[in-house]
Design a protein around this ligand. Sequence first.
Ligand SMILES: O=c1nc[nH]c2c1ncn2[C@H]1C[C@H](O)[C@@H](COP(=O)(O)OP(=O)(O)OP(=O)(O)O)O1
Ligand SMILES: [Mg+2]
Length: 199
Amino acid sequence: MVGTGTLVLASRNAGKRRELEPAFAALGLRLLDLEQLQIESPEETASTFLENSLCKARHTAQHCNHWVLAEDSGLCVPALDGAPGVRSARFAGDSASDRENNELLLQRMQDLSAKQRDAYFLCVMVLLRGPEDPDPLFARGIWQGEIAAKMQGEGGFGYDPIFLPRGAAGRSAAQLSLQEKQACSHRGQALRKLFAEMQ
Ligand SMILES: O=c1nc[nH]c2c1ncn2[C@H]1C[C@H](O)[C@@H](COP(=O)(O)OP(=O)(O)OP(=O)(O)O)O1
Ligand SMILES: [Mg+2]
């Protein structure tokens, strides 16, 4: 793979790209995303992160000639039966902004007790080494924390301003540096496991 020099990231999310890019750059790999390749995003209609992730990877691999990395991720609140879950990006509607999703989740959490504010991020990553790869590599990561009472911090993306990671002393994920977030996040863990699988 290193020889090809390019890996396609089957995503339109610039936040994911920012977090994933340094690890691939260190391997001498350049990431190209769906925006750059002008490939449409597939519909994310499955009920599991795994299926959505594989669907993004497979759709993209059919439109390009490179290895493809995809991931599907989301925020799960057990007290809300796992919502926003696989629908995290579309929680407040099909073209909802991060702010709208954050506001809706804060509103849904309003009457919950401290214990019920527990939440976790999940990331399921897939690497396809060609459109017909019969043996895709998978890896998942989980990041435990709780939902804050209000948004705090300017960094990161998505639900970062309202996610208080366990062990971060009350800082939100949006108040962590890129390196701090990658060291403990669902995405960082999944990526490290994927690299281990590739050995
Ligand atoms: O580290 C994170 N910090 C904050 N929020 C996060 C994170 N990781 C996932 N999330 C949220 C964002 C979005 O609401 C959903 C992912 O949805 P998901 O479909 O996987 O990504 P997306 O539609 O933004 O981009 P794409 O499908 O093109 O990769 O979970
Ligand atoms: Mg998506």
